[in-house]
Design a protein around this ligand. Structure first.
Ligand SMILES: [Zn+2]
Length: 143
């Protein structure tokens, strides 16, 4: 395992680099970049190597943190019916926290919809103004 660690570390130095991830709200988070597809594979390998027994890894779409999806821990005393293992992280977990879920929803769903609505209203107002101007220019028939 020590050999694997050294192999992975030496490849990370060659193929990967730290970088800054910009969230949709303009705040910065630590992240990693890679120089080639091979770098992406070594990065994946590194996450797996440092994930100590977890089943899978995902990135939070908001802050880019790695989400570790853990297997459930078996109960220590099966005779005690109330004893439960740690809850398993849900396999469909997409965000690392409720805060990230809310922020992502706001910036990628609510805010764009609100902006789209504002644009639609502005365009309608402009069209009404143009239409009103056009009718103003027409000579008025006085009977
Ligand atoms: Zn997050």
């Amino acid at each position: 395992m020590q050999e694997v660690k050294e192999q992975v570390d030496s490849r990370l130095v060659l193929h990967c680099f730290p970088k800054t991830h910009e969230r949709p709200d303009g705040k910065f988070m630590p992240s990693f970049g890679f120089r080639s597809l091979l770098g992406a594979m070594w990065l994946q390998m590194w996450w797996l190597l440092t994930a100590t027994g977890e089943e899978g890894l995902r990135h939070c779409p908001w802050c880019n943190r790695v989400i570790r999806i853990s297997p459930s821990v078996p109960v220590e005393n099966p005779q005690n019916k109330n004893a439960r293992g740690k809850y398993k992280t849900r396999m469909d977990k997409t965000y690392c926290s409720d805060n990230c879920r809310a922020n992502y929803h706001y910036y990628s769903v609510q805010k764009p919809l609100r902006e789209k609505e504002a644009w639609r209203k502005a365009i309608e107002a402009e069209q009404r103004a143009i239409a009103a101007e056009a009718t103003d220019d027409k000579p008025i028939d006085v009977a």
